[in-house]
Design a protein around this ligand. Sequence first.
Ligand SMILES: *[C@@H]1O[C@H](CO)[C@@H](O)[C@H](O)[C@H]1NC(C)=O
Ligand SMILES: *[C@@H]1O[C@H](CO)[C@@H](O)[C@H](O)[C@H]1NC(C)=O
Ligand SMILES: *[C@@H]1O[C@H](CO)[C@@H](O)[C@H](O)[C@H]1NC(C)=O
Ligand SMILES: *[C@@H]1O[C@H](CO)[C@@H](O)[C@H](O)[C@H]1NC(C)=O
Ligand SMILES: *[C@@H]1O[C@H](CO)[C@@H](O)[C@H](O)[C@H]1NC(C)=O
Ligand SMILES: *[C@@H]1O[C@H](CO)[C@@H](O)[C@H](O)[C@H]1NC(C)=O
Ligand SMILES: *[C@@H]1O[C@H](CO)[C@@H](O)[C@H](O)[C@H]1NC(C)=O
Length: 400
Amino acid sequence: MLHTVITFVCFLLYAVNAIPTTTTTSTTTDADVHINHTSFSQTTTYPLPNLGNVAAHDPNIVEYDGYFYLFKGGVHIPIHKARTLDGPWEQIGTVLEESSVITKQNRSRPWAPTTVEWNKRFYCLYAISESGSRNSAIGVASADSPDAGNWTDHGALVNTGDGDLADIHPYTISNAIDASFITDQKTGEPHLLFGSYWHGIFSVPLANDLLSVKTPKQPNATNLAYVPKEKVKPIEGSFMAYNAPYYYLWFAHGKCCHFDLEDFPPMGDEYSIRVGRSKDVTGPFVDKDGKDLLEGGGTVVYGSNHGVVYAPGGIGILTGSDNDADVLYFHYLNTTIGFAQDDAQLGWNYLHYVNGWPVAIEGRTSLNATSESSGRSTRPNFTLNSLALLFIGSFLWLCS
Ligand SMILES: *[C@@H]1O[C@H](CO)[C@@H](O)[C@H](O)[C@H]1NC(C)=O
Ligand SMILES: *[C@@H]1O[C@H](CO)[C@@H](O)[C@H](O)[C@H]1NC(C)=O
Ligand SMILES: *[C@@H]1O[C@H](CO)[C@@H](O)[C@H](O)[C@H]1NC(C)=O
Ligand SMILES: *[C@@H]1O[C@H](CO)[C@@H](O)[C@H](O)[C@H]1NC(C)=O
Ligand SMILES: *[C@@H]1O[C@H](CO)[C@@H](O)[C@H](O)[C@H]1NC(C)=O
Ligand SMILES: *[C@@H]1O[C@H](CO)[C@@H](O)[C@H](O)[C@H]1NC(C)=O
Ligand SMILES: *[C@@H]1O[C@H](CO)[C@@H](O)[C@H](O)[C@H]1NC(C)=O
């Protein structure tokens, strides 16, 4: 009980998560307030990102029919579309036409969508919640294409706080935000991932139509990542991707947002992008040092760098092919632009795998490319089709 209370208090203090708060774009700089730049890591260990040229908190990207589709939190879940990851991004509409059918706050402004292609339909998993509250839900909307205008809102998959089945494990100890998705390569079973602070990241098998948990009253959930020993348990925004023979569990660790410009957290306490891997979709996931993600493990793949990139998180992976490296995309704050939620920028880097551990690569050259391109363009259709076959429709991402 004491533990629960402490966790709750810590949550109130820190769980600000993936929250698109206001629509006002702040451009707070040194001119407005004295910013102590010694709080920003100057490291060159991580490469600068390629610029997505769009503001996006918790971006989620899907490739379809020669385009990239960008989903992000915001009023009714905005959809943007571009030919390359560099943009130009055009907003083509929203996923929902009105507030979510889930009757919780803030249903007009879902957070952190993750859209997935599954059996030739698209499913947008979104979160309804409000700042500092665990009264949350993961909802789902579906459509026959990722374009705007034909999405159906199906409501809640899981609830925490209030709502249907919120009183059963693991919903009693988790926060139903930051959805992501993975297909079990062995069984073809779809899995939902979610969680933020509290008891960390969980996965539950979904029904084959992705419109409910497979066994709702006994969800057979698996805890995948948790920080047991610290009072503050700042992990969230999970994304799972498969790169044979491993599943990679990506997540963000640290303080995401709502930074006090006169008092930044100690360097390293802000968001960073971390990973663990497992040969089994339900784990155990371990980091490069062999530490279990349930024991607070997680290898930092990308953190603040060059005094410019700050608090990267909101991760997703675009799965590549033999001739095209995986892409890690994320949001970050540019210390010369501003620190408000709506200042978060889309960035991306190719990934190389060194001994099976991902490393973010500088520049725009994919694995075997011989010349620099002007931003990655979408792969030809045949690649998408063969990938779809290979991975049984496990085309995925997050945006939390
Ligand atoms: C800036 O922050 C560093 C480390 O947090 C601190 O040592 C230093 O005194 C600060 N400088 C100012 C001018 O506040
Ligand atoms: C919910 O989001 C809408 C749209 O951004 C905003 O106008 C409203 O104030 C929000 N409500 C709460 C309770 O945060
Ligand atoms: C909208 O989706 C329905 C099925 O959900 C489909 O039958 C219909 O053709 C779609 N309409 C358009 C304009 O894409
Ligand atoms: C529950 O999940 C585990 C993996 O975590 C799996 O081995 C087991 O078969 C599942 N049980 C049921 C009843 O589906
Ligand atoms: C790159 O080229 C090598 C040699 O031609 C090939 O074996 C490999 O599959 C290609 N793709 C990647 C991702 O390395
Ligand atoms: C940061 O913003 C400045 C403009 O203020 C821009 O010149 C620079 O390219 C940006 N860098 C990144 C990594 O976003
Ligand atoms: C992919 O297929 C669609 C039709 O399904 C076509 O309109 C589009 O041009 C194709 N894209 C590429 C890159 O071949």
